[in-house]
Design a protein around this ligand. Sequence first.
Ligand code: SF4
Ligand SMILES: [Zn+2]
Length: 354
Amino acid sequence: MQPGLAASRKIVNVALLSCVDQNMAKLRKEDLQTPVSIWREKDMINGEKVDAFVIILRTTGCWWAHKKGCTMCGYNTVSAPVTEEDLRVQLAKALEKYANEKMVKIYTSGSFLDDHEIPSAVRKDIFTMFSAAARILFESRPEFVTAENLASIEPARSAVAIGLESANEEILRRCIRKGFTVSDYEQAAKLLNEYRIPLRTYLLLKPPYLTEKAALEDALASVQYAAQFSESVSVNPVNVQRNTLVESLWTKGNYAPPMIWTLIEVLKAGSGKAECRLLSSPSGGGAARGVHNCGQCDKKLLSAIEKFSYSQDPSEFAGLECECQHEWKALLELQDLMFTGVDVKRQATENIIE
Ligand code: SF4
Ligand SMILES: [Zn+2]
């Protein structure tokens, strides 16, 4: 076990999976034919800030989530047994709202390149439907990044995001339960590099069972590793999602999301690696379930992170100070001394009953 990996490991998994399956049975036809969500945001293509149109399609979901699932992932609560026709209706509805944004991001809460989620014929049609998009970004687990599947997309207009989470094999297996290895990722990354398809690698900041310091070191080592294959690396701090193993640990005070100071440290120390853009757009930032600080400085720090994600200039973080920085520094030392990744503050101040 890595130093900093906490000893206790209580796996409560079966109940979570059956909860997902019950959710699938409840959805009506109308839900099956409506995208989970659509919104607009900014992103970057070749150093240029562009408008991005984001669609979350409802699909059968990630096969791994149905089998065991990653410890922090609750995405399958939006999955359902959709047909190809359902998917086409969802896409037609999305297209009605599309305003020719330069970038389109299509998320499936799983793998776009998995035929069970998006049949190859639908993938091909998506490139025709969004013909105004210079880039279509989608997510995939590495096992679906194959020459055969890449034949169903337009490489010159594609970008692929892979959730590597950590470049440490042991953390990937024991803490995240990712269901693939670092070398699986590397094989997929090299194939994408060969096809000149830009790769965005997602890293998970503070998987369960790690101390704050071990999480910081793991993220930094992972940035260093992933940058060599990636056009961009997105550092995603854990957001405690419902019906996940992480949530069950968090509820009992055995897990705390990272502090914003840790995220800033990763971005500062990790910036300037190769030609790779380093970014973070934390979901749940500032909330109890997401990356947060004392509540007084969160907004200011999150805004600096957003600016850095475009400018890549570490001076965005210059002059940021708060009382809670002392607490953060103490946390980095204390958890390692105690050899525990539990929420030390909550365990000390609340009467938590297991
Ligand atoms: S691979 Fe992705 S979608 Fe599948 S369980 Fe893991 S985090 Fe969730
Ligand atoms: Zn603060």
